[in-house]
Design a protein around this ligand. Structure first.
Ligand code: 26A
Length: 345
């Protein structure tokens, strides 16, 4: 069984303001949003949050989110042992911050938040239409995270205690230096660093900080649209995702003695794994369309399940099986909610 504090994660804590209704396509159009994307809110999106709540008062749900926090909540859910995971991120002393703290602690995550009074706790508009989800993040307090949080002696002790690290790609927009600090520590001490590409815009607009971290990444996760965008930005001149996966795995690595594993999820299509110049595909258990409630967080759930097995030293096939198990459950739930206890074996 995994020991306490073995996995440390850093991310943007957000409260998801979620609506699942096909008539939301009107809102997508109005705010110039794609049906399936994750973006940072711009000035033009500011009124969207109020409009969501006002238009769908009976449908709107407030659910703790934030991609990295979702993943570690999933890890905790599978393991059913408190404080196996530690989480860093920045919130405010307000109602949304309280909800995130309570729910994360109830899930068993050892949350060590940094607090700011300059901004309210971050939110993410989640618009679900059919099997698509559009995510519009207003980072607010999450954007105030600083590297000093790592220097706090009690926090650095937690970094030293951890053997595995995970960050979504999203904190590349906030504190890439914190990610690099954790990544370099992992390399120097022979620990494992895992990252997600998280969104197509990160591969292009945040290419520079992303490419500074990638040489330290032992396990790199992404979905199909992120893989495609990464291939385009890096001029791989192919649309073959297996080839893209191999090229990503072969990117320069600081500790070349530990080859990188690339994991591409593709919705209902097989999961692609690339390592050491070899590709393997793992088929997904298909669900009827009628059981899919919303796909928000399916990728985070996959990562959480994968990491739950990885930190116990299980082989890759077992990591993928557990990732798929949680992904399959999450798409049948509204938002990132995990029901009762797992029946995973
Ligand atoms: C910086 N951005 C854009 C983000 C996010 C984000 N988490 C951190 N940073 N944009 C969306 N999310 C979260 O992704 C989850 C689904 O994968 C949402 O909060 C949602 O819970």
């Amino acid at each position: 069984m995994a020991q306490e504090g073995i996995l440390l994660a850093y991310g943007n804590p957000l409260l998801d303001i979620s609506v699942n209704d096909d008539s939301c396509v009107k809102l997508l159009k109005k705010y110039d949003l794609e049906a399936n994307n994750a973006i940072l809110a711009e000035e033009k999106h500011v009124p969207l949050y109020k409009e969501l709540v006002d238009t769908y008062p009976d449908k709107v749900e407030y659910i703790p989110g934030g991609a990295t926090l979702n993943a570690v909540r999933a890890t905790q859910w599978i393991l059913q042992k408190p404080k196996v995971t530690t989480y860093f991120g920045c919130i405010s002393h307000d109602k949304f911050g309280e909800i995130i703290t309570k729910k994360s602690e109830a899930a068993g995550v050892n949350v060590k938040f940094q607090f700011t009074d300059k901004q309210p706790t971050g939110t993410c508009g989640v618009i679900c239409t059919g099997s698509n989800r559009s995510l519009i993040a207003n980072l607010a307090a999450a954007n105030c995270f600083t590297e000093d949080h790592l220097d706090e002696p009690s926090n650095w002790k937690l970094v030293e205690k951890a053997q595995f690290f995970y960050t979504a790609g999203f904190p590349l927009t906030v504190s890439p230096t914190s990610m690099l600090r954790l990544a370099k520590h992992a390399k120097e001490t022979g620990k494992t660093y895992c990252m997600n590409l998280s969104a197509p815009f990160l591969c292009s607009v945040f290419k520079e900080p992303m490419m500074k971290v990638i040489p330290y990444v032992d396990y790199l996760f992404c979905n199909e649209s992120e893989a495609d965008e990464f291939g385009k930005v890096h001029e791989y001149n192919t649309t073959d995702r297996k080839e893209i996966a191999l090229k990503m795995a072969a990117l320069p690595k600081e500790d070349a003695s530990r080859p990188r594993t690339v994991i591409i999820t593709q919705g209902a299509e097989p999961v692609i794994i690339a390592k050491d110049g070899k590709v393997t595909e793992y088929p997904v258990k298909l669900l009827p369309d009628s059981s899919i409630v919303d796909t928000n967080g399916a990728g985070d759930g996959f990562v959480g399940g994968f990491l739950a097995m990885l930190i116990q030293g299980k082989p890759i096939g077992e990591c993928i099986k557990c990732g798929m198990y949680i992904g399959n459950i999450i798409v049948q739930q509204p938002g990132f909610t995990l029901p009762g206890k797992p029946d995973y074996s």
